[in-house]
Design a protein around this ligand. Structure first.
Ligand SMILES: C[S@@+](CC[C@H](N)C(=O)[O-])C[C@H]1O[C@@H](n2cnc3c(N)ncnc32)[C@H](O)[C@@H]1O
Length: 224
């Protein structure tokens, strides 16, 4: 999968793209991630990427020309293009799977009060939100999308785990997990997990997942 990221703060991506699973996937060539500095596409003397809002009010707005020029530098056949925005379609399990099926994603990070509204139509781009709260920029939301989507790219999570049993995949939260020691601060690991009876363990995990979902996310259940 190829991913092109457009930002005015490319440094934010340095260590997240170097470490852990993302870093490994990039190093082994499973992912081709390219970070572009929008500022490099600004044409005025000061390389400005923002300006005052029409109509007045506080804050600045990202100018359309550098953002559009930056994304258009990828050519007309570029991948599915997403502008991170709190006003976008909310990212969830289904959208993550949809995006993971794409061979090429283009992710555009806003800053300030956001990006000039015309950019969405001109590119065109879809607006995607990571939740009903506002961050200061699209860089962390881009990393959220990147990490959620690339977990589904075959080979990325490798032997470290399988996404099929993750929360939301089967309409439930994940079951609780335990590791050594068998007793910690007076709390023992559920006996069934050390029984070696795989059918019983499966049944316990299903029940525990249901119980956890009922407790933490009743809205996910049909009667919730
Ligand atoms: C301070 S925010 C702009 C908020 C905007 N004035 C609003 O209220 O909708 C600046 C940038 O951060 C990013 N951003 C902030 N919160 C986000 C969220 N929940 N999901 C996706 N992107 C977000 C977007 O790229 C946005 O353009």
């Amino acid at each position: 999968m190829r991913v092109d990221i457009f930002t005015i703060f490319p440094g934010i991506f340095e260590s997240p793209l170097r470490e852990s699973l993302l870093g490994k996937a990039i190093e082994t060539g499973l992912l081709d991630v390219r970070v572009h500095d929008i500022r490099g596409f600004a044409t005025d003397r000061h390389r400005s990427t923002d300006d005052e809002p029409y109509g007045g009010g506080p804050g600045m707005v990202m100018k359309p020309e550098p953002v559009v020029a930056a994304v258009e530098s990828l050519g007309p056949d570029r991948g599915r293009t997403i502008l991170l925005s709190p006003a976008g379609r909310r990212l969830d399990r289904d959208l993550v799977h949809e995006l993971a099926a794409e061979p090429w994603l283009v992710l555009v990070c806003g800053r300030y009060e956001g990006v000039d509204e015309r950019v969405v139509e001109v590119l065109p781009a879809e607006e995607v939100s990571i939740g009903d709260y506002v961050l200061s920029g699209g860089e962390v939301p881009t990393l959220v999308v990147l990490e959620a989507v690339t977990r589904l790219v075959p080979g990325v999570i490798g032997s470290e785990g399988s996404h099929e049993r993750d929360s939301f995949e089967e309409g439930l939260l994940d079951h609780p997990h335990y590791t050594r020691p068998p007793e910690f601060r007076g709390m023992r690991v559920p006996e069934v997990l050390v029984s070696g009876n795989h059918a019983e363990i499966e049944r316990w995990r299903r029940e525990a997942a249901l119980e956890k979902t009922r407790r933490n996310r009743p809205d996910m259940l049909p009667d919730g």
